[in-house]
Design a protein around this ligand. Structure first.
Ligand code: GLN
Length: 545
């Protein structure tokens, strides 16, 4: 029997609902249950693919090529369950589907309305492909009271009713603010938020209360009384020292057993949390530290590089070191001032250029590649970072002074160019230059073949890999010979040999560029081999300087 857990947020946004969902799923998993987490996003974009990272943080890409909310990254990192397109839906996608159906005449003359048509679509989404699962956790984006989220709350209300007793519960995440001047924690915002939710027909079963101070028994009892839940179902959630300590902390506070009890299930034996204690032990007792310089474009907002940030932390977990990330704005280096580059990059034990779109900051990234190559500092180029490693190699090692990417405008030397045709598992994919921006990239998992004796084959421990992509441009194989003569070896290619997937410099301590996004598949309990190896190289570098 599949059970549903609906997760809403109240009072303010940024309460860590996604982390709560991910942690709860991990705890249920540790008790032997099969789980999946889904996200409903009330905004009207069809997916977050066209949103600026400054608006919405990173776009998380799934194996099946969906561009999704970054919370899906947390879900996958915490549970190891690979997310799918069907795990993230927006109001925009729902309305698009309904309007397309309406235009086809599928509604047979009926008036198309929010209730039942939109709410039915939401319920279908929640229940699709869930047969083999014990628990489906559905997180509703936004805050209760938002106009946009109303149809979602209504759909939950209906679904709870249709599923019947014991098949679904509602968990509401709220804020219990501490008012310094009064020296008190305040429960009123929680009361109001629960009342708002209840007025929409959804009574929460468990309340997760984010607070900066421990929640005294009195306040806990008060919340329970006003919000109509047992005191044991008021779960305090204090800030944690690391997101990977959150599952353990929620377990200590009784979240998983309280959720099971709300379903009428006796919690029984304690979950097996050894995976989480091992991770936190490594995180909190590092044997050294390294500094990685990330030369990027959206460095003002860490959420824009969420998975990257986490994958670097995982690399640290693998090597038992603390990884300090130095976020460097690539535009600082645009003027080609070598002293500026050196001043910023010399303190780094390794340099990483992440994914990006557009020309802003590109010259700064190329300057960073050059610094890493010349100074023999470990370099990791991801997607745009691989493309810029190729442009740098072309310009400075292969004598192609005008090497560039067509992404930056017309060029005589398109070392990186647009792809208009490629093979996917579904056959030939085609794109038009200047076509739509939404959903028109090489997206999702693609296989690659690695050269037998390459650095990357030894890092992966094999020659066949599958990694996730999100890009329009590719390194142009027409330049392969000249780039290789300049020391940049193409060590990973698409199985048909047409698309470069990995480049490396065998004469450098650690220099790897990848066309895909390995950070998306890294997990704290299963660090991605490239990140583990990159941080290992940073550790070696730190011993040299
Ligand atoms: N802008 C580049 C492209 O579209 C790189 C994209 C990325 O780094 N994700 O190919």
């Amino acid at each position: 029997m599949t059970r549903y857990i609906f997760i809403t947020g109240g009072v303010v946004s940024s309460l860590g609902k996604g982390l709560m969902a991910a942690s709860l799923a991990a705890l249920l998993q540790a008790r032997g249950y099969k789980v999946r987490i889904r996200k409903f996003d009330p905004y009207l974009n069809v997916d977050p693919g066209t949103m600026s990272p400054y608006q919405h943080g990173e776009v998380y890409v799934t194996d099946d090529g969906a561009e999704t909310d970054l919370d899906l990254g947390h879900y996958e990192r915490f549970t190891g369950v690979a997310s799918r397109q069907s795990d993230n839906v927006t109001s925009g996608r729902i309305y698009k589907t309904i309007i397309e159906r309406e235009r086809r005449g599928d509604y047979l003359g009926a008036t198309v309305q929010v209730i039942p048509h939109v709410t039915d679509a939401i319920k279908d989404f929640a229940q699709a492909e869930t047969e083999d699962l014990d628990f489906v956790l559905c997180e509703i984006g936004g805050t209760v009271g938002d106009i946009e989220s109303l149809p979602f709350i209504e759909a939950i209300r209906q679904l709870k009713n249709e599923l019947g007793r014991g098949r679904s519960i509602s968990v509401h995440v709220t804020l219990v603010p501490y008012i310094k001047a009064a020296g008190e924690l305040k429960t009123k915002p929680t009361q109001h938020s629960v009342r708002e939710l209840a007025s929409l027909g959804v009574q929460p079963d468990v309340l997760v209360c984010r607070c900066e101070q421990p929640l005294p028994t009195g306040e806990r009892a008060k919340i329970a009384q006003f919000c109509n839940v047992p005191a044991s179902a008021v779960i305090p959630a204090l800030d944690a020292a690391s997101i990977y300590a959150v599952p353990l902390q929620y377990h200590e506070e009784g979240l998983d057993s309280e959720v099971l009890r709300a379903f009428g299930i006796e919690p029984g034996a304690a979950p097996n949390l050894s995976r989480w204690t091992d991770i936190t032990d490594r995180l909190f007792n590092p044997e050294g530290e390294v500094t990685v310089g990330v030369v990027g474009k959206y460095v003002g907002l860490p959420d824009a590089y969420k998975s990257l940030n986490e994958a670097l932390v995982h690399g640290g977990i693998a090597n038992k070191v603390k990884v300090n990330i130095r976020w460097i704005d690539a535009e600082l280096f645009e003027k080609g001032d070598d002293a500026e580059v050196a001043a910023n990059l010399e303190p780094c034990h390794a340099i990483l250029v992440p994914g990006a779109f557009g020309s802003r900051g590109a010259e700064g990234k190329i300057a960073s590649v050059r610094f890493a190559r010349e100074r023999k500092v470990p370099y990791f180029g991801i997607c745009f970072g691989m493309q810029m490693a190729c442009v740098e190699g072309a310009r400075n090692m292969a004598g192609i002074a005008d090497a560039s990417s067509t992404e930056f405008g017309p060029t005589q030397e398109p070392v990186v160019g647009i792809i208009t045709e490629w093979m996917s598992k579904d056959g030939i994919e085609k794109r038009e230059e200047g076509g739509d921006l939404g959903g028109t990239m090489r997206l999702g998992a693609y296989p690659a073949k690695l050269t037998g004796n390459s650095v990357v084959a030894s890092i992966y421990g094999g020659e066949s890999i599958s990694e996730r992509h999100r890009h329009r441009y590719e390194v142009n194989t027409g330049y392969r010979e000249r780039l290789e003569a300049g020391g940049l070896v193409f060590s990973g290619m698409s199985p048909d040999g047409m698309l470069p997937e990995i480049v490396e410099r065998p004469d450098h301590p650690w220099f790897v560029g990848v066309q895909f996004h390995p950070e998306l598949k890294s997990k704290p309990f299963d660090p991605h081999p490239l990140f583990a190896s990159f941080i290992e190289a940073a550790v070696k570098q730190s011993r040299l300087v």
